[in-house]
Each structure stands twice: as C-alpha cells, then as structure tokens.
Design a protein around this ligand. Structure first.
Ligand code: SAH
Length: 248
C-alpha cells in the first residue's frame, strides 16, 4: 500500500480529517450572517468525510456540493448523509480544489475547513473568489501563528510543512487585498485539535499498525505522534484560525 492509501485508511473512520468541531463550524456560520434558505448554493471544498457539509446542509436547509479529490472519503460522506437523513441535500463531487467546475458567481457560500493549504491560502482565496456572487461569503480555517515570539523548532517545523503559515493579521490583509471584507475571525480552541482530531487518531493508531505491518505505516505513525507532541507543547503559539469574509 502506498502512503496515500495508508493515510486514507488511517483517517477515513474518523468524523474529521483535520482540527475543528461542529460547535466551531456553527460559530463561523453565525459570523457569515446567512439565514436558512433552500435557494442558497453552498460548496464545502476539501470536505473529507463531510463533518462541515453535514452541519451546513442541516442548519441552512439548502443543497451543499461536497468536494474532495478522494472518492473514498466522498463514499463515506454519502453514507453519513444517508444516516443523517440529509442525502437529498448533499451532492458529493470528486474534483480538485484547483480546478473547480462551478460557474462564475454561482455560489452564495464557500466553506473549507483545514484544506485550503493544499493549494495555498492566497491562491485559494483568489481563485475561489470568482465562484462567489458579489456579497457571497467565504469561510476557511487555516494554520495560524497565535503569538509574535515562537520557539525556533516550532517555527522550523511548520514553515517547512507550510510556507504560508502566518499570523492572523497577515491572513486578514491577504483577504482584503484579494477583494474581501472580513466578517469575523477566531482561533479554534485546543479541544478542536485534541478531543476532536488528535485523540481519535491516537485511539485508532494501534489498530492501524496491526492492519499494516510495514515500514511505511510505522513512519506515518511516528510522524503523527511527533506532530501531536509538538502541538501539545505549543498550543499557545500555533493553531487554526477561522476566517469568514464577504466577497466585495
Ligand atoms: N474538511 C475536512 C477534511 C480536512 S483534511 C475536515 O475538516 O474534516 C483535507 C482534505 O482536503 C482531505 O479530505 C483531502 O482529501 C482534501 N484535498 C487535499 N488536496 C486536495 C485537492 N487538491 N483537491 C481537493 N481536495 C483535496
């Protein structure tokens, strides 16, 4: 099994594939200022197994196009949507976030939790803007420095993983430069990382290693453990910011 297949196997059974929580999805949704309306058009980009898609479809009462490039995650999302009685509102779509098939100005809301980094924040907010109608809303969570002074090892790790990691002020400036007005920002709390994301991953790790007796699987487990330890030691300095902004 290659690394991608191993990562899919490690993550597919969990409710989330990145930090976040239903409560924080709802907090960001309240900043978006949209009322439930079946005529809204919403896309969840990099949806994974669909934690946010399910909340959006339920709370807004509208169709949600759930986009991911991994069909395995979309199949799990379809199962979850059926179980939640939301299958008629959620349309899974296998596509790259860098080549979305939406018509210009066709969406009222673009949602993306823990995924825009795959194409880079600046590219994502710039390219996706064209799919929003003027006045439409973008809500994204993104790796963010929470303090000015950071341990050098922490800075080195995350800068190597993601060159665009930056303080919220820089992310907000990028949104303004790209033609958005900020509606709100908040950092995700620690439990959105630990209780919602890392703890379930850790609980599944022994079974994962039992399923895959390979060096590649052991390397993945080691890297996850190192990332979790780094986060736990530095949660004051680094986290996800949730940015909600309106297209001008
Ligand atoms: N939003 C989900 C998943 C976050 S993990 C959650 O918060 O739980 C990031 C997701 O982005 C993964 O599901 C991954 O398959 C997807 N992804 C990564 N690169 C992508 C790309 N280029 N196009 C579409 N989806 C992508």
């Amino acid at each position: 099994m290659d690394d991608l297949a191993l990562l899919v196997d490690l993550h597919i059974g969990n409710d989330r594939q990145g930090p976040g929580s239903d409560a924080m999805t709802r907090r960001a949704l309240s900043l978006a200022g949209l009322s439930p309306d079946p005529s809204l058009r919403v896309a969840d980009i990099g949806c994974g197994t669909g934690a946010a898609s399910l909340v959006l479809a339920r709370d807004l009462g509208c169709p949600v196009t759930a986009v991911d490039f991994l069909p395995q995650f979309l199949a799990r999302l379809a199962d979850r949507a059926r179980a939640a009685g939301l299958a008629d509102r959620i349309t899974p779509l296998a596509a790259s976030m860098e080549a979305l098939p939406f018509a210009p100005e066709s969406l009222d809301l673009i949602w993306s939790e823990g995924a825009i980094y795959n194409m880079g924040f600046t590219s994502g907010i710039t390219e996706w803007r064209g799919f929003l109608r003027p006045g439409g809303v973008l809500a994204v969570s993104e790796l963010t420095w929470l303090t000015q002074d950071r341990p050098a090892a922490l800075e080195a790790h995350w800068t190597a993983q993601y060159a665009e990691v930056a303080p919220a002020s820089a992310k907000i400036a990028a949104l303004e430069a790209a033609g958005y007005r900020l509606l709100g920002y908040f950092p995700l709390p620690r439990d959105a990382w630990m209780a919602q994301y890392y703890d379930p991953l850790q609980r599944g790790m022994a079974d994962f290693l039992a399923r895959h007796d390979s060096e590649a699987a052991r390397q993945i487990a080691k890297a996850e453990a190192a990332e979790i330890a780094l986060y736990e030691a530095n949660a004051a300095h680094v986290g996800y910011g949730f940015y909600v902004a309106q297209r001008l």
